[in-house]
Write a protein that binds this ligand. Structure first.
Ligand code: NAD
Length: 417
């Protein structure tokens, strides 16, 4: 996380305040929407491979449960703290509401550097964390998914741990599972595919197509790598990529399949023969057609936003643009496709996975992808229409539409008792 960024949760609350100004709801309603419904903080004692014991710390925050079970990923990262998890949980509530999923929002995380632990240790951490949050998760309560530092294997361990406690197999406990364990076709690439669908929609609006446009992609994990792969296949020139270790630049476009082989062998993008080294932060201010931040939050801030030259930013990551940067982009006429729309493909296909698991009937990939596309494009239209009507940014439009739906559900349900 950038040193410029005070608190992702403060930024999330400022976005909600913006929505309050437009929707005019009461301060009590603001409080209800700003505060998490439930927060669980857990200790995770586990045994290292050398026999010593260690204690890690983790969280599960359920921001809102009004429209259905909570839904949100689990992050394994050194930056995880309660502030970050609260912000990410709130953004999940808005994301699910914006794209019309019958879910509330949640997020979880463990403060850990996964690269410093063996697979066996990560399995023990995941199982112990799952057993600690077990009282508040469930297919009808709260459904985890992968995020930064976690993957299909993590979900398989969560599913198995939960199922062991129940005494029978419960595939609906999490999404993003391997296809052989009830995962959905298309889930692994769904977030990236959705980001590319949004890149294409934003380009079309600007009178351009994917063919030959230049992209810079920050982060080369599940989301960033997939964006680079799909955009490359669709004719875009990926001129720069980066990961936590550094970046790469090639003005003629990086050979993405060759880079993927290099990353599979070395675990990093750096030292790839087909491109020049690039400072990771420099990637954000390159003269490209589209910038896709797909790593972590807070990377675009008042220190660098004024130097960003891309006219279009499509947020693969959650919260990559802080409030100061948002203002600067608005002043400079930069189009920002906000995270809750741009990266919603992941939770959309997670929802399809959950539905398929409940039905025990699995869809072909074509159906998954076409339903994802249809749902995202409908939200794109809604957000753009609202932004034009009210003369607000796409982020404000998306947040207002989402908050309005949550508030409406809240009013219909009323207060208990
Ligand atoms: P990941 O762990 O698979 O990959 C993260 C990547 O970012 C890695 O390549 C890492 O090296 C890189 N990175 C971390 N810090 C960086 C920095 N300061 N500069 C450059 N690169 C850096 O995680 P992911 O699942 O790809 O998630 C990335 C972002 O997308 C997160 O904000 C996450 O919340 C969001 N997201 C993920 C999904 C999903 O389905 N995985 C869905 C919606 C949103």
């Amino acid at each position: 996380m950038s040193e410029h960024r005070a608190s992702p949760y403060e930024d999330a609350k400022k976005q909600l305040k913006e929505a309050q100004k437009i929707l005019g709801f009461t301060d009590a309603e603001y409080e209800m929407l700003a505060a998490a419904r439930r927060e669980l903080s857990v200790s995770i004692p586990f045994r290292r491979d050398d026999g010593s014991e260690e204690v890690l710390h983790g969280y599960r925050v359920q921001h809102n449960l009004t429209r259905g079970p909570a839904k949100g990923g689990i992050r394994f990262d050194t930056h995880v703290d309660i502030d970050e998890v609260r912000a990410l949980a709130m953004w999940m509530t808005w994301k699910c509401a914006l794209v019309g999923l019958p879910y509330g929002g949640a997020k979880g995380g463990v403060t850990i550097d996964p690269s410093k632990y063996s697979q066996a240790e990560l399995e023990r951490v995941t199982r112990r964390y799952t057993s600690e949050i077990l009282p508040i998760i469930g297919p009808e309560q709260d459904v985890p998914a992968p995020d930064v530092g976690t993957n299909e294997q993590t979900m398989a361990w969560i599913m198995d741990t939960y199922s062991q406690f129940k005494g029978y197999t419960v595939p609906g406990i999490c999404t993003g599972k391997p296809v052989s364990l009830g995962g959905s076709l298309g889930r692994a690439q769904s977030t990236s595919l959705g980001v590319v669908i949004m890149v294409e929609a934003a380009l079309k609006q600007a009178g351009q197509s994917m063919e030959g446009v230049s992209l810079a992609v920050q982060g080369f994990g599940k989301v960033g790598r997939g964006v680079a792969h799909i955009a490359h296949e669709r004719g875009a020139k990926i001129v720069a990529v980066s990961d936590i270790f550094g970046g790469l630049y090639n003005e003629d476009g990086i050979d993405i399949p060759a880079l993927e082989k290099h990353v599979d062998n070395t675990g990093k993008v750096v030292e790839f023969d087909g491109a020049e080294p690039l400072d990771g932060d420099e990637l954000l201010t390159l003269d490209v057609d589209v910038l896709v931040p797909a790593a972590v939050e807070g990377v675009l801030h008042k220190g660098n936003a004024g130097k960003v030259r891309a006219p279009i930013i499509v947020e693969g990551a959650n919260g990559p643009t802080d409030g100061d940067a948002d203002k600067i982009f608005e002043e400079n006429g930069v189009t920002v496709v906000p995270d809750i729309l741009a990266n919603s493909g992941g939770v959309i296909v997670s929802y399809y996975e959950w539905v398929q698991g409940r039905d025990n009937f699995f869809w072909p990939l074509e159906r998954v992808e076409s339903e994802q596309r249809e749902r995202m494009m409908a939200s794109w239209e809604d957000v753009n229409r609202y932004a034009k009507e009210k003369d607000v940014t796409l982020r404000v439009a998306a947040t207002v539409l989402a908050v309005e739906r949550v508030l409406d559900a809240h009013k219909l349900r009323g207060l208990y008792p």
